[in-house]
Design a protein. Structure first.
Length: 259
């Protein structure tokens, strides 16, 4: 993912609300969200190049999402960051223990930000900060391709939009998807300096990204209760919507009916 907006214990029905965009090269092969044949409890899209995922949920109530940390490319050999999400969703390790173990192994991955947990406990970890593991309290948060709540233009704009929707109880999936399709460019004076020059910083500054080869490939909305959740996905090809799916999960831990 390249933008994750989320709220923890900020709504009476949904202790966890998540709205996120995955940005990627258009040519990278991807499978739409669905239950995985090799891990039937996992509901997520799939990166068909490396085999992992960027965001997903499990029938046991586990949730995970990752963003890359934007920095000049290191050509060394690293594990796929998509495995961080997939392995948590498939496993049963407690979120804090998983986060601490992953941070200890952080040199095996390029820069990442990882959210893992459940409706009851959500944890953040990164391999690009000394303050590497954090347990969330109530609030609205934003994460892009820097550290948690770094006040990039789209993060600030997105957090304000999510808070406004929570305040007016407007959590229909369409409303949250609208939040993710904002294409406002950051003013030049607010562009970050991550080593790619102002041309690319400008292209990458909106919530929804379009360019000739790279952009927003999918959007995900998750509305999570204590014992069940809604999972909604919209898919794009070169910036244009081409479909989507919605799923209802729960009660967590119950046997899923064959589809």
């Amino acid at each position: 993912m390249c933008l994750i907006l989320f709220a923890v214990d900020a709504h009476p029905k949904y202790p966890l609300i998540l709205a996120a965009n995955r940005d990627e090269f258009y040519g990278r092969p991807t499978q739409r969200a669905g239950y995985w044949e090799d891990a039937p409890d996992v509901l997520a899209g799939r990166d068909l190049e490396a085999g992992g995922t960027w965001c997903g949920i499990s029938t046991t109530g586990r949730i995970a999402a990752v963003t890359n940390y934007r920095e000049p490319v290191d050509e060394g050999e690293y594990r796929s960051r998509g495995d961080l999400v997939a392995d948590f969703l498939k496993g049963d390790e407690a979120p804090l223990e998983y986060a601490r173990r992953i941070v200890a192994e952080g040199d095996a991955y390029r820069g990442f930000n990882l959210l893992i947990g459940s409706a009851d406990r959500l944890v953040y970890c990164t391999n690009r900060s000394d303050d590497a593991v954090r347990l969330f309290g109530p609030g609205v948060y934003g994460l892009s391709n820097h550290l948690l709540d770094t006040p990039w233009f789209k993060v600030r704009q997105g957090k304000v939009g999510l808070q406004a929707r929570i305040d007016r109880r407007d959590l229909a999936p369409d409303s949250l998807f609208d939040l993710l399709t904002v294409e406002d460019l950051a003013p030049d004076e607010e562009l970050p300096a991550t080593g790619f020059g102002n041309h690319w910083e400008r292209i990458l500054s909106p919530a929804f990204i379009r360019s000739e080869e790279y952009g927003t490939r999918s959007s995900t909305v998750i509305l999570m209760e204590r014992e069940r959740a809604e999972f909604h996905e919209r898919v794009y090809e070169e910036g244009e919507p081409v479909g989507g799916d919605s799923f209802e999960i729960g009660p967590f831990g119950a046997e899923r009916r064959a589809e």
